[in-house]
Design a protein around this ligand. Structure first.
Ligand SMILES: C[S@@+](CC[C@H](N)C(=O)[O-])C[C@H]1O[C@@H](n2cnc3c(N)ncnc32)[C@H](O)[C@@H]1O
Length: 211
């Protein structure tokens, strides 16, 4: 979460629509490191990326052979993501779904991989979101949830944003019975943002639904 994110509402679609309506990319376009680390050994199948933003992870997964649905509550974000998939030549391996993760209902759809990176609904809402996302994992499939763990780097954020951060272990109660936990840890990482170096921790939960 960057400093500028308090300028508009961080938790509702309007703020993100505004952000994605402007000029210039917001994210790097590179895949998130925990996604690369945890999925590189998996056999590609179908994937769902919730809170996909500009589609960096969707494009990378498609390039690895996955058929990917990118989901976000921002229509402008999805439009940008679709354009990036087109430019990368993977449009035929992608589709798009406008959903609010807080009310997400898989509606019978199941995916071999359900992933989300840096989705931070308010008031510890990620536990319920994780429960909802787990409902979209196919038998034998994986759920990968990654976000910002609270840390010194984010000490300046307002209380509402601080409450929206979570540790990997906070999400464990959301896993349905039988899911096997493969990774549950906050992983230190150094990032560069707007010319500054910051130490962050990626809260990382990877679980597998039994086949
Ligand atoms: C911090 S960005 C991360 C984007 C991308 N996953 C990445 O790592 O580059 C968070 C994204 O989640 C989306 N988002 C935030 N709250 C959401 C919600 N409740 N339901 C669906 N999407 C949401 C925003 O529109 C934004 O694209």
């Amino acid at each position: 979460m960057a400093d500028h994110e308090h300028e508009t509402d961080y938790f509702e679609p309007a703020g993100w629509e505004e952000r994605y309506a402007g000029n210039g990319e917001i994210w790097s376009g590179r895949p998130n490191p925990q996604l690369v680390a945890e999925t590189s050994g998996l056999t590609p199948g179908t994937a769902l990326d919730v809170g996909c933003g500009e589609g960096g992870d969707v494009v990378w997964l498609a390039q690895q052979g996955w058929t990917v649905t990118g989901a976000d509550f921002s229509a402008n974000g999805l439009a940008r993501a679709a354009q990036h998939a087109q430019q990368a030549g993977v449009a035929d391996r992608t589709d798009w779904w406008q959903v609010d993760a807080r009310t997400f209902d898989p509606a019978g759809r199941e995916f071999d991989l359900v992933t989300t990176h840096f989705l931070h609904p308010p008031e510890a809402g990620m536990v319920d979101v994780t429960r909802r996302l787990a409902g979209a994992v196919a038998p034998g499939g994986h759920l990968l949830v990654v976000g910002h763990a609270p840390s010194e780097t984010f000490a300046h954020l307002d209380a509402a944003k601080a409450r929206a951060m979570w540790h990997a272990e906070d999400l464990l109660p959301a896993l349905p019975d039988g899911f096997e936990v493969l990774v549950c840890e906050d992983r230190p990482r150094t990032v560069e943002r707007e010319g500054r170096t910051m130490d962050v921790e990626d809260a990382t939960l990877l679980a597998r639904r039994p086949a």
